[in-house]
Design a protein around this ligand. Structure first.
Ligand SMILES: [Zn+2]
Length: 139
């Protein structure tokens, strides 16, 4: 998957500085290339170690994508969340609660790493490691 240099920097900054699990939705103009980030409030009562995106805002973002709106121009690419005091590895709950076939990005404060995982249940792909390619944004 492809992320711009600026977006990678931003995801690292949010990850480094968060005290609760932060959630950002990744949207793009093609299936693998992220061009928009949408920060979504975490409504979990245990938001230091769980993430539940605010459903209304989640729905609004998804409505701008082909995932639920065939007339949309954008693709829903994935979900980023952070592990304050944790590693950039998916927890059992992350895997259990991953409802979408998309990319899951995790930032871990313990290893200061941003890692991507791919889920595609139709093809039996569950949280398989995915590389993040960097692209330069051209204005
Ligand atoms: Zn997690």
């Amino acid at each position: 998957m492809y992320l711009s240099t600026e977006h990678i920097k931003f995801l690292h900054t949010v990850g480094k500085n968060c005290t609760d699990e932060e959630i950002i939705l990744l949207v793009g103009t093609s299936k693998n290339k992220v061009t928009h980030l949408h920060r979504v409030p975490n409504i979990s009562k245990r938001n230091k170690d769980r993430y539940i995106p605010d459903p209304e805002i989640m729905f609004n973002v998804l409505s701008s994508t082909k995932l639920i709106n065939e007339n949309a121009d954008l693709y829903f690419i994935g979900v980023y969340h952070t592990h304050p005091n944790g590693y950039s590895l998916p927890s059992e709950i992350d895997i259990k609660n991953a409802n979408y076939d998309c990319f899951y990005l995790i930032y871990g404060q313990k290893d200061c790493k941003l890692q991507a995982y791919k889920q595609d249940r139709k093809n039996n792909v569950i949280f398989e490691k995915e590389s993040i390619h960097e692209y330069e944004e051209s204005y």
